[in-house]
Design a protein around this ligand. Structure first.
Ligand code: GN1
Ligand code: MG
Length: 386
């Protein structure tokens, strides 16, 4: 890590009442948007305590204050809900306030203002980029289902839209079409094959957004970035501890959350994998995740939502392909890319298109299981109600 980054982090720490001396800083490269550092502090009693310091990407989130207000309100609500239900096993992210009682702080970096925030580090926990074990897939599904359930009474009108039209797949597609025509980086020829696959599916991109607009499915408070590695699980027991990365909590459809959870948890390879023969949708992982998710959400969701759950997996996977491809066409300005991989975003898009194809092949099995699993959990809750 550069001397300059270390200096900046130490500067940020001065804005907080965090006791002790900073003895170690490590960058965590998991996210594609913000920069994340794990900082270890040693206090006067010889105890070490860790914190997460994040620099907010203002290219993606131009108004950090709105974003942080959302996170503050959502974590407060989650904490309250967990306390009311006597749940001591799970936790909400804990934001640390600055000395002047703010949820973030900023410092000047040349001409730019940089924004940072600090969370307590969740100890004895880990995350998975690839999930290979059914029990873990179940727990990740359960974690996101539980998260959504705890937020079902959250006053939606209090939430800011941190990224407008985030999951408007149809608009994302239209943007890709435009950017290919402009072709500012002269990459359009290279992406022709991938674009054709995306184009062939274009009629499905509005299925969820139109259902929302027509009132066929409800708007809910959703996470919007339900990747497997956004759930922290206990290192020893794999019990889920907390859902993290709350930057995109906004009003939306539960379908994108469910679909994105399957996209990342049930894929046999991570998004960065270039050996496409390794990329499949694992039906057993899909079943385990669905089971975990519906164990929490079956009583909250509507038949209209259940009917679209299978298709949502394919739509969100294609949406990611669209977004990665669009970023490639526009010169890699949105997602972080590995400097050693000039076609990183194109490779990610190919990976997602391979996954989408396999999802399509397995759609009959997917649809059948969702229905069966929904009825099982709904039935169980009816029995409990009697
Ligand atoms: C980004 O930074 P990360 O990995 O949590 C992106 C998600 C994508 C994901 C794909 C704000 O999330 O939407 O699904 O990359 N977040 C934003 O890996 O665009
Ligand atoms: Mg994220």
């Amino acid at each position: 890590m550069s001397e300059e980054t270390i200096k900046k982090i130490k500067e940020i720490l001065k804005n907080y009442d965090i006791p002790g001396e900073c003895i170690h800083i490590e960058e965590n490269y998991t996210g594609n948007i913000n920069s994340t550092y794990v900082v270890t502090m040693l206090n006067n009693d010889g105890e070490e305590r860790r914190y997460i310091i994040q620099k907010i990407n203002t290219n993606v989130f131009p108004r950090p204050s709105l974003l942080m207000r959302n996170i503050e309100n959502v974590t407060r609500h989650l904490e309250r809900e967990l306390r009311f239900s006597g749940d001591t096993k799970h936790q909400a992210l804990h934001l640390i306030r600055t000395l002047d009682n703010r949820t973030y702080c900023s410092i000047m970096d040349d001409e730019d203002r940089d924004y940072y925030r600090i969370f307590d580090y969740i100890e004895n926990a880990k995350t998975y980029n690839i999930v290979e074990n059914l029990d873990i897939a179940y727990k990740i599904g359960q974690a996101f289902g539980n998260f959504q359930k705890l937020l079902r009474n959250f006053p939606m009108e209090e939430l800011e839209e941190t990224i407008p039209d985030f999951h408007a797949t149809d608009k994302r597609y239209a943007q890709l079409e435009k950017d290919i025509i402009i072709d500012s980086e002269r990459r359009a020829d290279e992406v022709a094959l991938e674009f054709m696959t995306i184009f062939r599916n274009k009629n499905s991109y509005s299925h969820i957004t139109s259902a929302l607009n027509n009132g066929l499915i409800p708007l809910r408070v959703t996470h919007n970035d339900t990747k497997a590695n956004n759930v922290m699980v206990d290192k020893d027991t794999d019990e889920f501890l907390a859902v993290i990365d709350l930057d995109t909590v906004m009003p939306g459809s539960m379908l994108f959350d469910y679909g994105d959870g399957i996209r990342s948890t049930a894929s046999t390879a991570f998004e960065n994998e270039t050996d496409l023969s390794k990329v499949h949708l694992d039906i057993d992982l899909f079943k385990a995740y669905t089971d975990g998710y519906l164990s929490e959400m079956a009583t909250c969701i509507t038949p209209g939502e259940v009917a679209l759950m299978g298709e949502s997996i394919k739509i969100i996977t294609l949406e990611l392909a669209i977004r990665f491809l669009d970023d490639y066409v526009c010169g890699d300005t949105y997602f972080k890319v590995d400097p050693k991989r000039p076609r990183h975003n194109l490779e990610r898009a190919k990976n997602q298109l391979t996954l989408a194809k396999d999802i399509e092949l397995k759609m009959p099995q997917i649809e059948e299981y969702i229905q069966q699993c929904y009825e099982k959990h709904k039935g169980m809750s009816l029995k409990l109600d009697k």
